[in-house]
Design a protein around this ligand. Sequence first.
Ligand SMILES: [Zn+2]
Ligand SMILES: [Zn+2]
Length: 464
Amino acid sequence: MSRKSKEEKDKKAEKRGKERRYSRLRGMRDILFDEYKYWELVTRKARDLAVLYGFQPIETPALEKADLYERSSGKNTDVVSKEMYTFTDKSGDRVALRPEATPGLVRAYIEHGMFNLPQPVKFFWLGSLFRHEKPQSGRYRQHTQFDLEMFGEASPVADAQMILIAYNFFKELQIKVQIQINSLGCKECRADYINKLIEFYKERGKRAKLCIDCKKRFATNPLRLLDCKEEECAKVREEAPQIVDFLCNDCRDHLIKVLEYLDELDIPYNLNPFLVRGLDYYNRTVFEVTAVEGDEEESEDGAPEKKKETEEKDKRQASLGGGGRYDRLVEAMGGRPTPACGFGIGIERVILKIKEKNIPLKKDQEDFIFLAQLGEQAKRKMFILFEEMRKAGYRVRQAFTKDSLKVQLEEANRLGAKYSLILGQKELIDGTIIIRDMESGTQEMIDYKKIGAELNRRLESKDE
Ligand SMILES: [Zn+2]
Ligand SMILES: [Zn+2]
């Protein structure tokens, strides 16, 4: 056998071996240990805010009838027509993996007769969404979303509160954001606007300049012409009529009130005439949250006007989340007429942003204490102490499977322990224990019986 053919043979064998190994599906991901601290931080922030504003946790199935999404989001939307995972299950039902949260939540609201509850009914939802998108940075085919929905409240206060919560979420995670906001009007005034828009695109060969997708959208969903990312399409739309000029009195009033609340709350926003969101069910307020790039730290207390200007150029950047009002959806899905609004935030993209900007993870978790030991007897004693401390409400960690003190303290450092309690042979005999400040490295020997008092003193003085 020639050398070359042997090499080839080896390569083939290697390839076969690799093929037998499993790997993730394209666009899917695992969340490993190091990543998890970000997940904890972000999902805890979401949950805390939701509870604070009176939203109640709810879960819905990942599988629903495909028809649910087709009817609510719209058959011609990208989400439904291009990205939804749809299949026929073993009982012959056409089902879909949830591509977005709202339709399932609307179904649940109707199915469980929640219009009988005192309104508004407020949902907090956190779960996976599935979209067969082109994989790209921060976008996965299974991704996680934090979602808030409010049913039964028509007032612009509700829209403003939703935006406020979304804004606070990012602010408290130290991510600078701006709100892109627009109104899509109601059924009536939007119809007028869409007619004007179609007329505009019919003028002087504008349609010929559009991308293939937009040519299709022109017939199926002309509003989407406004948010196409293609350069040529963006150029054409610059001159397009803007919906705010076509709003009926009620819709205009609603928008103005929302904006007034935002002004009052000092939330930086940009009235963005090209923001339409990709779904059919929105009316009136739609909004998106976009990250503010660059370091304009000094503008913290500066004029919002200036902010708006500098960020104008960034308004096309990927959004971190968004939502809006959908007053007709509940009725369209078979429920009673129920005004509603909501928003969703993509957890993966938020985490990506935190990493990108190198935002230090705030150690705002409670401090925890690591128990380390040297020798078999000490280990047994620490084992019991661990349980006692845990029951007493301390946050404790250990590495009892490790014997080396050095390895244990390395683990304590890796976990970010505030203090370590160290028990060795000598301390065991003397009835003492060593308390080590993990940050400064200073150690002190204390009476074993006074562990509780000592820890409380140290942890409390830190809080002040
Ligand atoms: Zn209107
Ligand atoms: Zn286009």
